[in-house]
Design a protein. Sequence first.
Length: 316
Amino acid sequence: MSKAARKPSRFSRAVTVCGLGVLLTWTMFLFASPGEADELTGLTFLKIGVGARAVAMGSAHVAVVRDATSLYWNPAGLALVEGLDLHLSHNEWFQDVRYEFLSIAKRWGAHGFGAGFSGLYMDELERRDESGNFLGHFGYYDVAVWTGWGMNVKPGVFVGTSVKMLIEQIDDVTATGFAVDLGTRYETPVPNLALGFGVFNVGPKMKFLTEEFDVPRSLSFGASYALPIESWSGDLLMAADAVLYKGEDMKAHVGAEYGFKNLASLGLGYKFGYDLEGFSVGAGVFRGPLRFGYAYSVMGSDVGDAHRVSLSYTLY
């Protein structure tokens, strides 16, 4: 190994220091204003996990992700993308709510870049007056347009950031805004053990007419460990995340995935601390550059369960 490879450049050290400084500042900001019970929070679709693989693992993914879904889970993962990665997922959520996510990512050397689009929509809703008389229908949708960057600043250390433009429309009233994410990933000296950390959805309040509301700001810390199982010709990946949304109690995501060679996978997971979400399960099938995934999530309170399908393509 050359001397240059052993010693990080001044630019890499500067990026690391700046990234940690910004991350610390955002973390302090997150907890300095913990949120009150009467504060309004909108754009809850930003809490809906993307990708069948991640959801099957209970959304424990901040220390796992290394593909085009890094835009959502941890932008530091963009620096780990292999080749050109394209991802498309469709989510049939409860009560006729549908959610689409499309992203593309590419790595050049130590840098990874990504762009994406997500949208939530539902069937037309009925408009009624105070007496319950039918007055017609109206629409509702949420949209986010993403762009992100990740960098391998030194061996085993990755940082990244993403910016998303946000739109929420109810009937003919529209609110617009933006939010920023910042993430890190550390591949520890312990073989196959990685840590991830991120602050998500930091941005100004949005407004419907005169009503202001916050985006769902959150903080996530996670760990993942891959255990090779030679007797079964596969690997067992285990992960756990701690997630804190502003003004809410801490939540926990745990999951595991068994991958058989490079042909198929099976994932299981559970989300603790949620009123509706809990157990999830899913599977993936790989055929060359194509990866197909399906995940099923059990939803409580008789609102119906959630189904996710995803398709990824990697061009090396």
